[in-house]
Design a protein around this ligand. Structure first.
Ligand code: GLA
Length: 696
């Protein structure tokens, strides 16, 4: 519920209150556990400390229009021909209701030119989540935007502030990191044109005491797939302001008369149920309000790690037979099926079927796969081009470059300038042809294997807008494709997990979290991923666990399956080399996954124990009504003849009676939750899958 009294705005969700003062400079008053927000009044207004700090409320600006004075991050800063100052005046507000979502819009208008800003709050009461964004419309002279953020939120005064966030790199994404923030600003960001693997665009903040089970946690995720920035600033006046949005680095955007722009959405939330509850809220919210549809995820086979670029119809047919035999539902061919793509040196951009590898076209394999009872999926990387390609030879001017310079090559490729209408058309055309001519393609893995560099087109006045233009065009393309091909599911991939964010997830059904498919490394990658993103979104393959030719990891089949079953199970191993016995094992695990997948993909997830702090790694998934649960447990670092720790399930009905698979006597939920289950694992790389079923 949203109420407004004088200039006091009170947003109430199921369990939280978000209160701010209005006027020309709205400022945060309270955000956290639900209270009688209307009683807070202007209690927290703090006008002036000294001439050096003339207006302390500005430290908690909800949306900082830069008018010449600010101490902290601003949200909007512009350049007119003769002034850089804005004078945004509050014009009024509107409240709308859209079913499960309420919306509060604050209208502002510049006093000397018709520049209008709507500061938007999308409220999801059931999930305690609020989406923050701003819509800017220019009816006056052209204006250059220099800073454009989605909004700021203020965290109440705490004794200490600890941020939890994800950092990483290619093949080592989503590593959880905790850090106490003292004074000053702390920023996580991407300047590489994509979401990036170095940091994910999400934060969680507590006072240093929250854990998986409890404690107050404030959190937020930005939905954007380009250069981004999240900055947390702590002042000397007990303020902690978090500002998120498009990075101001190398950013500029001209808004001509009649034009408008909307920022990405910065979704924030609060819980006093600790990090576990934060993740469960986010998972449910994403499924309900972010993802394009709710559909049970299919078990897929992907041939990349088996055949790499050598995708030939005959070898793919053999893999498909084996995949179908073990219960795979979706057969995906990866890189290498098009142009002269025999390695990563050539062919990218040439989206015609390679005639040597598929003499009869793709249809032959698609029909074969369908005949085996599986669906068919395909890999594409539309934003990139190899210099050694027909596309590049025909259109060298289609890539980002600075005049007179050759762009940086990474993985032997350049990036296409998606702001050029002809490039956008080219991508839409070939994708439409591919999916239109092959209506049995029902899955697309969309990859992007290079960070953006050389982002220029020869005009320094407008080039800085290309970063943003790339993302906008990308979203437009995805939106059109989803409209045209509603039966096709999309996976977002960027050399592993460099494009995982709530922006692309409005169009994508799932993400590839990492090129690292080693079941052990995946445990921490997946744990970090689960902090902010749902298991339904996270694909995980059982492979031969080799990362290129650098290293081959030896892990038992059971361990590899247990690790990959924790999200959307896929198979990526070279199954042509499996023995009959191994094939049977694969088939058994796939069948088991199908039995469990509703609980895994849509249930509540509990991180019971983590390798970050224990030799036991255990994650539980509980079905909606607590009637069924499954625990994946892994043991690592056996030393000193120590006993394996017990496993304590969560989320069961205390009075319910549960049958633990493989255990004779049924036990009550409370006995299991507080008494625990014997860990019962031996050496390293031992793992278990524990099923619990409520019987009364
Ligand atoms: C990226 C992806 C991989 C695979 C290769 C193909 O690295 O993350 O899964 O598709 O590209 O070139």
């Amino acid at each position: 519920m949203i109420t407004v009294q004088d200039h006091l705005f009170v947003i109430e969700t199921k369990n939280t209150s978000y209160v701010f003062g209005g006027g020309d400079v709205p400022f945060g008053i309270y955000w956290g556990k639900k209270l009688h927000g209307e009683e807070l009044g202007m209690f927290y207004t703090r006008d002036c400390h000294s001439s050096f700090d003339p207006n302390l409320s500005r430290n908690r600006e909800e949306y900082g229009f830069w008018d010449s004075y600010s101490v902290l991050e601003s949200c909007l800063k512009v350049n007119y021909q003769n002034t850089r100052q804005l004078d945004m005046r509050f014009q009024g507000h509107e409240i709308h209701s859209h079913g499960e979502k309420e919306e509060l819009v604050l209208h502002f208008r510049n006093s000397f030119t018709p520049l209008e800003a709507d500061v938007i709050y999308e409220v999801y009461p059931e999930y305690d989540m609020i989406g923050r964004s701003m819509y800017l419309k220019n009816e006056g002279e052209p204006v250059e935007i220099e800073i454009l953020k989605s909004g700021s939120v203020s965290i109440p005064p705490l004794d200490r502030y600890r941020i939890r966030y994800l950092k990483g790199k290619w093949a080592g994404e989503s590593q959880i990191n905790d850090q106490f923030l003292t004074g000053g600003a702390f920023t996580i960001q991407s300047r590489t044109g994509n979401t990036g693997a170095h940091f994910n665009l999400a934060f969680a903040l507590d006072d240093g005491t929250a854990d998986e089970e409890g404690g107050r946690v404030w959190f937020g995720l930005l939905g954007y797939s380009g250069n981004w920035q999240i900055t947390l600033e702590r002042t000397s006046f007990q303020d902690m302001k978090v500002t998120a949005g498009i990075s101001s680095f190398d950013f500029s955007y001209f808004l001509n008369q009649g034009e408008s722009i909307r920022t990405p959405v910065f979704t924030v939330g609060f819980t006093d149920g600790g990090y576990g509850e934060m993740s469960r809220k986010l998972h449910a919210f994403e499924i309900r309000h972010i993802l394009p549809q709710k559909k049970t995820g299919r078990v897929l086979y992907n041939s990349w790690e088996a055949t790499a670029f050598n995708v030939r119809v005959e070898s793919q047919k053999k893999l498909a037979e084996r995949a179908a035999g073990m219960g795979v539902e979706l057969f995906v061919i990866d890189d290498g099926w098009f142009g002269q793509r025999n390695s990563d040196h050539a062919g990218l951009g040439d989206w015609y079927v390679n005639p040597e590898k598929f003499p009869e076209g793709l249809g032959e394999l698609i029909r074969y796969v369908k005949g085996l009872g599986m669906d068919f999926g395909i890999w594409v990387e539309p934003e990139s081009v190899n210099p050694d390609s027909d596309l590049y030879r025909a259109h060298p001017d289609w890539v980002y470059r600075f005049p007179g310079r050759e762009p940086l090559e990474a993985r032997n490729q350049y990036t296409l300038n998606l702001s050029l209408p002809q490039v956008k058309e080219y991508i839409l055309d070939f994708m439409t042809r591919l999916l239109g001519e092959n209506p049995d393609i029902t899955f697309v893995k969309w990859d992007m294997n290079k960070t953006l560099t050389d982002v220029g087109a020869g005009d320094t006045r407008t080039d800085k807008a290309l970063w943003y233009g790339h993302v906008r065009s990308l979203y437009e393309i995805w939106e059109k494709l989803r409209e045209r091909f509603p039966h096709v599911e999309f996976e977002t991939c960027s050399g592993g997990g460099s494009r995982v964010d709530l922006g692309i997830l409005r169009y994508a059904d799932q993400c590839w979290p990492s090129d690292n498919t080693d079941a052990y490394s995946r445990l921490s990658i997946q744990e970090g991923f689960s902090l902010f993103y749902a298991p339904r979104i996270m694909t995980a393959w059982v492979t031969d666990a080799s990362l290129g030719d650098r290293k081959k990891y030896e892990r038992p089949i059971s361990y590899r399956f247990h690790s990959a079953m924790m999200g959307m199970l896929g198979i990526g191993a070279d199954i042509s080399r499996l023995s009959e016995e191994e094939l049977a094992q694969f088939a058994q695990y796939i069948a088991l996954y199908k039995e469990l997948r509703e609980v895994i993909q849509y249930g509540k997830q509990y991180r019971l124990s983590s390798l970050r702090t224990s030799p036991l790694h255990a994650v539980e998934y509980v079905g909606e009504d607590g009637g069924e649960a499954v625990i994946f447990a892994f043991y690592q670092g056996y030393r000193y003849e120590a006993a394996c720790p017990r496993i304590y399930p969560r989320g069961l009905a205390a009075d319910g009676v549960y049958q633990v698979e493989g255990q004779e006597a049924p036990l009550h939920g409370d006995t299991l939750m507080y008494g625990g289950i014997e860990g019962n694992m031996g050496g390293d790389f031992d793992s278990r899958l524990i099923r619990l079923k409520r019987i009364s």
